[in-house]
Design a protein around this ligand. Structure first.
Ligand SMILES: [Zn+2]
Length: 130
């Protein structure tokens, strides 16, 4: 099993996005998120399949330990993340629906704009059999 660390620019259409939230009053909780922006789009290097990731997906996975990968894939990636000191960010794990390529996207999320959230893709980790 090979693990590769990839710059997000090499796989994604963009690396920064913003999720805005509507509020009735500045101090109240956001009523609902508004996603004005086009989704992040990951292109699988292996098969060319394009995977869309919306701001809301990143919001849901922020600071979460949920993974969509198998236990063995997750353990390999987490060891790699720890060894390379990449673990400061949130992550989203997924498999390419076409070729099952396992991918982890590490990203930072923070306050942005008008009571919204900003997401910045920092690293992409890919597992492959090659
Ligand atoms: Zn693929």
């Amino acid at each position: 099993m090979m693990i590769k660390l990839i710059e997000p620019e090499a796989r994604f259409n963009k690396t920064v996005s913003e999720l805005k939230k509507d509020r009735f009053y500045p101090d109240s909780k956001p009523v609902y998120p508004i996603d004005y922006e086009l989704p992040f789009e990951y292109t699988c290097y292996h098969c060319g399949y394009k995977v869309s990731i919306r701001n809301q997906d990143l919001e849901r996975h922020a600071k979460s330990n949920h993974s969509n990968l198998t236990d063995s894939e997750r353990v390999l990636i987490e060891k790699f993340v720890a060894e390379h000191g990449l673990d400061e960010a949130s992550f989203l794990d997924f498999e390419c629906p076409e070729c099952r390529q396992a991918v982890r996207v590490l990203y930072k999320n923070g306050p942005g704009g008008f009571s919204g959230m900003t997401y910045e893709l920092k690293h992409v980790i890919e597992l492959s059999d090659e």
